[in-house]
Design a binder for this molecule. Structure first.
Ligand SMILES: [Zn+2]
Length: 327
């Protein structure tokens, strides 16, 4: 009997590509040691960069798209680590989610985030202690289940656009047919798949055996972002450069059919609080997961300087995601 993608529980052995444990533990210790000082004295905003940012008008769109948030899992983290310098002993709830975008010419996913059983199927690919630090609460709603509840099967998805290639944005791929192509900047693919070891936060298993359309962001500046790509050449789905968290991190600017302009920003920030206060993640976890801290902080400046009328949805912002999921 043929085994379909839904039944596939085995995965390639990628253990040889996992980051070695000792350097990862040392990396965690360095990040932890740098954290207390930053909680008291957060990195200051770059006022020169802010003053010199060009702000382009919102691009016109001749078509609108449907946007649906598929909530998949929750996790929480001390607020003072999510946005350094916030004097709080509280915790911020975070969400992991996928997005269905319905354009007249295609139905696609932004961030095919989690599969069912992700704790056993994907997280073991991450080195200790990262696999424990990032594990979401159970139960996790797998992508196939979430799509089915929305009335869709994997075969009805035309392609997927990950905001970046960290495990919690692509693990749902193991529940999609291999025919579902991934569209992403070439620099992101090269960063995640090119080296001997997967970068911290990347699990290569879900990324294997799949077709890729690797592109350059060769379009003009949009809003405060230097480069873009208009996916359908109609202004409805414009990808913008949010490099820093990872080298090819994308923002997805949507003209939504409820009249809103939504910018999905992946993990350029985890919650909007970072944008409002213009704060980095604390060194722990930021030093672990932001590939280029300086570039990531510059990107937060670009998000902070966005004009009115853009609804920013951060990749794990429980409040923003839950509001859209409920809608
Ligand atoms: Zn994430």
């Amino acid at each position: 009997m043929a085994i379909g993608y839904r039944d596939r529980v085995t995965k390639p052995d990628t253990s040889a590509e996992r980051s070695p444990i000792l350097p990862t533990v040392l990396h965690c210790c360095t990040a932890l040691a740098a954290t207390p000082g930053r909680l008291l004295r957060p990195r200051r905003a770059d006022t020169t960069l802010l003053a010199n940012l060009d702000v382009r008008p919102v691009p016109t769109a001749s078509v609108a798209v449907g946007l649906t948030v598929l909530a998949q899992a929750t996790i929480s983290m001390p607020t003072t680590l999510v946005a350094e310098g916030v004097r709080s002993l509280g915790a911020t709830p975070l969400m992991m989610a996928a997005f269905v975008v319905e354009h007249p010419k295609a139905r696609f996913l932004v961030d095919p985030a989690l599969c069912a059983g992700v704790h056993d199927r994907v997280l073991p690919e991450l080195p200790f202690p990262v696999s424990y630090l990032v594990a979401p609460n159970k139960p996790v709603r797998g992508l196939a289940e979430a799509l089915a509840e929305y009335g869709l099967a994997g075969e009805q998805i035309d392609f997927a656009v990950p905001t970046h290639l960290h495990w919690d944005h692509v693990s749902g791929l193991v529940e999609l047919p291999s025919s579902v192509e991934l569209r992403l900047p070439a620099v992101e693919y090269d960063w995640a798949m090119g080296g001997t070891h997967a970068p911290v936060g990347v699990a290569r298993g879900p990324l294997r055996g799949r077709a890729y359309d690797r592109f350059e962001l060769d379009g003009p500046p949009v809003l405060t972002f230097p480069r873009s790509k208009d996916l359908f050449d109609d202004g409805s789905v414009v990808l913008v450069d949010l490099a820093g968290h990872t080298p090819g991190s994308l923002g997805v600017l949507l003209a939504v059919d409820d009249g809103s302009r939504v910018l999905l920003v992946g993990d350029a920030v985890w919650t909007k609080l970072q944008v409002d206060l213009l704060r980095e993640k604390a060194p722990m976890p930021g030093k672990l997961f932001d590939a280029d801290r300086d570039a990531a902080f510059a990107t937060i400046h670009r998000l902070h300087a966005l004009p009115e009328g853009i609804e920013l949805i951060a990749g794990h912002d429980y409040e923003a995601l839950a509001a859209r999921a409920a809608a």
